[in-house]
Every structure is written in structure tokens, then in C-alpha cells.
Ligand binder design. Structure first.
Ligand code: GLU
Length: 509
């Protein structure tokens, strides 16, 4: 038997982290077992339908590297793969149930149903359909239909039954049919309900493993009842644990505090490799301590029996850590490209189309900070000094060289520091002829040579030499490589800062 699994999003929005996890686990299970992975679009809930959502879901899945064998875009032996194009099928199958009296027309209006539910709640009961239309005579039904009264079709739930599944993750779960109440399979507007469409589709598409979120566990008995009514074998079920946000609450699409859409991470410069790696570990873990896995390794290792019953926690720090790892392998030009619009947003003076010179400067800044970044857009914050110098010099005060206290706090000797600053400043004056408008005017190699020579000349080395320069120029005690930093900040800025720092220290002394 070929394993056949599906991811069945309702196109109500972008690809959510939870949806991506369902898709990924189905994909891994299919690939691991040499099976088929189907993406079926469940678009029968027109109230919640969002234009573009289907395309966006597919685009983001493909971006993650999750590739499907059958779907709306590439067809397959069980097409169509969009529920709204399968309405005739749902009606045909619903009619089969009506013919066997396993489903019946229900003429209750929404107001009547609401009143009924209210009454049950008032009596402390869980609301369920009373069965008002279950016992109408065939003649009465026919007459009301002929009179044009709108109706839904309801499934007749057999009383006193227990439905059971051996969930591959949760083990045995049982449900009592008496808790369910007869449920709608075709709504008044002719649309199938989720429970009906999903069952008919899973059966017709020969899906033999249903792997989906735990929120669908409570739907399973209705689906089992439908399988039974048709005499079909139900698939195996595996309900994936909830994903909790960092406050240990169920991640809901309405929760604004946690970024929940693949699209958002993508825009910020997270890599698909990192997201796939991170999402794979939301509720699943292979044996051992290792945490970094490529997609092909995940396929190799994936096993439903290692999916946990208890909720997974979305740990953003871990995602950032993983992304940092994968980010080290990318071309800095890619980081620059992703970060550029974010830098522009913070610094409106950044031109929309950078000149070649600006672009290569920008890429060098990205390379300089690559080791420190968790995601590409973070460059806009991390390298703010560089962008301020170039695009918003009026905002530079936060990076000014510190007053005397700052030097002492870093354990620097003031007199030694002043000697270093003076020596470097003098040495840099040999470059005074270099165009001062150009930012990257002195190549880092030349700066390296100067710094080396001045260490020799002053006899001051290590921290006592480098830290005063960095503190004077950037206002910070630590940061990326100094020669690159000075080169990218530009000679005129560096010299002005050295002069300023010397003045501050002289005054203080
Ligand atoms: N369309 C359902 C959803 O988006 C799929 C449920 C299922 O997998 O059965 O949640």
C-alpha cells in the first residue's frame, strides 16, 4: 500500500507556523515512506475565504522546500484538489446517505437552532441538535421541499455507540455518539460542512494517514460516523500536539504578540533551512542531542512514534539561534538585499536605488556584521552607527566618545589611551589626500598596516591599543573587526572622532 497523506489548508490567510508544521510532518512522513504528499485546498467556508491566501500558502510551502505530488497547480489522479470544485461529488455522496435514511433534510432556521442551544446551555447541558427534523414523515419532508422551504442535510448519528481510534500519537481515544447530536453535512446554501467534505475527499483520494493538528481530534468521531455509514475503512489518525506561545498559551492566529506566519519570518531574512529545522522540532525529536538537521536528514529520521503528546513551545530564541547558524553560510549580498528596505525605513535618506559604490559599501557592512546577526533585517539595528554616519549624522550623539568615566569603566589608562589616539590620528593624516566624501575611502588593508605600525611605534598592544580607538570612534567598547569598521566609517569621520575624544580626555585631565 502506498502511503498517501495530505495537507488540507483552508485558504483563510498566509501559511501559519502551525499549518507549516502539519504540512512538514505530512511531507516528511510521505517521503520517508516513499508515499505521496497531496495539498488539498478546503475552500468551502466562503465567509472566511481570503483572496490570494491559496497562492500564498503554496508559495510559502514551496519556499520552505516542501514539495507536493498532487495539488491544484499540478493536478493528479484525484483532481480537482479544490473543494469548491467538488460540490457535485459532495451532493452525490450526501444523496446516497439520504437514500438510505442515514441523512435527512432539516428545516430548522438559524434562529430556532440558536434558541434551542440557549435553552440547553441554560439547563446546564452541552448544546446539541434536538433532532426536531429527524422524525418528519417522508410526506411532510416532500411537501416542505416542494414548497421551497430552505433546508440543510443532517447526518443521523446512531445512538448509544462508541467511536474509537488508535491515534498514532495519542493512543486510544474514544467518543460517545450520544454526545454528538445529528450534525449538518450539507448547509442550506448547498456547501458541504468541513466534516463531510474532508471525509468524502480523504476517502476518494485514498488518503490512508491523516496527520493534523490536535484541534481536529474532536471532529474525528463525526468523520468516523461518516466512514461507517458509507462502509468505508477509515484512515489511520495522528493528531499533532498544540503549539504554545512563549507565555505557554495556545498560539492563536489572532495573537499579535508572537509572529506566526512563515511570510513574516521570510521577509525579515530567516532562511527556509532554519524554519524547517525549527518547525520539525515543534513536537518531534529524533533520539540524541543533535538539533541541527537538513531537510534530507529529517526525512531520514522522521518517525510518528517520536511525536510527543504534550504541547510544543514556540521558542523564538531557539529559532534565532538556528537561523544565525544557517545565516553564516549565505552570501553577504543576500543579507544586504533583505536588509536594505529595513534600513531605508529607518533612514529615509537612503536612496531607493543605490549607486554601485553605495551598494558595495552596504554589502561590506553586511559582511562585517554577518557573524552577529540572527536574521538579515537585524542589520538595520546592529549596524546603526554606519547608517547614521552616512544617512543621519544629526542622530549620532548616541555613539559619541564617552567622557572620562567611560574610559575608566573599561579599565583603560587615560594617558596611554591618549597616546594611542594621537598616534593613530597623526598616522591617518597621511591619507588626508584621499577623497573625504567617499565613505570606504581607505581600504581595510591600509588601515591594518597603519594600526600595526602604530603598535610598534608606541609599544602599546592588545586591548590597551585597540579599545581606545574603538571607544573613540564608535562610542562602544566592543564590535566587529576594527580595520573594516574604520574603513567603512570613512576617514573624515574617524579623524573627527579621534580629535573629539582627545579633546574630551585633555579637558578631563
Ligand atoms: N481545512 C482544515 C484546516 O485548515 C484541515 C483539517 C484536516 O486536516 O482534516 O484546519
Amino acid at each position: 500500500m502506498t502511503v498517501r497523506v495530505r495537507y488540507a489548508p483552508s485558504p483563510t490567510g498566509h501559511l501559519h507556523i502551525g499549518g507549516a508544521r502539519t504540512a512538514l510532518f505530512n511531507y516528511l512522513f510521505a517521503r520517508k515512506n516513499g508515499g505521496d504528499f497531496i495539498v488539498r485546498i478546503e475552500d468551502t467556508d466562503q465567509k472566511r475565504h481570503v483572496a490570494e491566501a491559496e497562492a500564498s500558502q503554496l508559495k510559502n510551502l514551496a519556499w520552505l522546500g516542501i514539495h507536493w505530488d498532487e495539488s491544484v497547480d499540478r493536478g493528479g489522479p484525484y483532481a480537482p484538489y479544490r473543494s469548491s470544485e467538488r460540490l457535485a461529488l459532495y451532493h452525490q455522496y450526501a444523496q446516497m446517505l439520504v437514500d438510505k435514511d442515514l441523512a435527512y433534510p432539516c428545516f430548522c432556521t438559524e434562529a430556532m437552532l440558536e434558541e434551542e442551544r440557549e435553552r440547553m446551555r441554560g439547563a446546564g447541558l452541552a448544546p446539541k441538535y434536538s433532532g426536531r427534523c429527524a422524525l418528519l414523515s417522508p410526506d411532510e419532508r416532500a411537501a416542505r421541499i416542494a414548497a421551497g422551504e430552505p433546508y440543510a442535510l443532517r447526518f443521523r448519528v446512531p445512538p448509544g455507540k462508541t467511536y474509537e481510534i488508535d491515534d498514532e500519537i495519542r493512543g486510544r481515544v474514544s467518543f460517545r455518539s450520544d454526545d454528538m447530536g445529528d450534525f449538518v453535512i450539507i448547509k442550506q446554501d448547498g456547501m458541504p460542512t468541513y466534516n463531510f467534505a474532508v471525509t468524502v475527499d480523504d476517502h476518494l483520494m485514498q488518503i490512508n494517514h491523516v496527520i493534523r493538528g490536535e484541534e481536529h481530534l474532536s471532529n474525528t468521531p463525526r468523520q468516523l460516523a461518516i466512514y461507517e455509514a458509507f462502509g468505508w475503512d477509515p484512515p489511520a489518525f495522528a493528531h499533532l500536539p498544540l503549539i504554545l506561545n512563549e507565555d505557554k498559551q495556545k498560539m492563536s492566529k489572532r495573537d499579535e504578540r508572537t509572529m506566526q506566519f512563515v511570510e513574516q519570518y521570510r521577509a525579515l531574512g530567516y532562511l527556509p533551512e532554519a524554519l524547517v529545522n525549527f518547525i520539525a522540532l515543534l513536537g518531534w525529536a529524533p533520539p540524541g542531542e543533535k538539533e541541527l538537521f537538513r531537510l534530507d536528514e529529517l526525512i531520514d529520521l522522521f518517525d510518528l512514534s517520536r511525536v510527543s503528546k504534550s504541547p510544543a513551545v514556540f521558542d523564538r530564541q531557539k529559532l534565532m539561534w538556528m537561523n544565525h547558524h544557517y545565516l553564516q553560510k549565505v552570501d553577504p549580498a543576500w543579507i544586504a538585499e533583505v536588509a536594505y528596505p529595513y534600513v531605508r525605513e529607518r533612514y529615509p535618506a537612503v536612496p531607493e536605488n543605490p549607486s554601485d559604490a553605495l551598494w558595495s559599501w552596504f554589502v561590506r557592512v553586511a559582511r562585517l556584521y554577518q557573524k552577529e546577526l540572527s536574521f538579515a533585517a537585524e542589520l538595520a539595528l546592529r549596524a546603526d552607527l554606519f547608517f547614521k554616519v552616512r544617512f543621519a549624522p544629526e542622530t549620532l550623539s548616541a555613539h559619541e566618545p564617552p567622557s572620562l568615566n567611560g574610559w575608566v569603566q573599561e579599565g583603560l589608562d587615560v594617558e596611554t589611551s591618549m597616546r594611542v589616539l594621537q598616534a593613530v590620528k597623526d598616522a591617518l593624516s597621511s591619507f588626508a589626500h584621499v577623497g573625504q566624501k567617499d565613505m570606504a575611502d581607505v581600504p581595510p588593508e591600509a588601515i591594518k598596516d597603519i594600526l600595526k605600525a602604530q603598535q610598534k611605534a608606541t609599544g602599546i598592544k592588545g586591548k590597551a591599543f585597540f579599545m581606545p580607538i574603538r571607544l573613540a570612534v564608535t562610542g562602544l567598547a566592543h564590535g566587529p573587526e576594527l580595520d573594516q569598521t574604520l574603513s567603512l566609517l570613512g576617514l573624515s569621520f574617524v579623524r573627527a572622532r579621534l580629535t573629539e575624544a582627545l579633546a574630551k580626555l585633555t579637558q578631563a585631565g
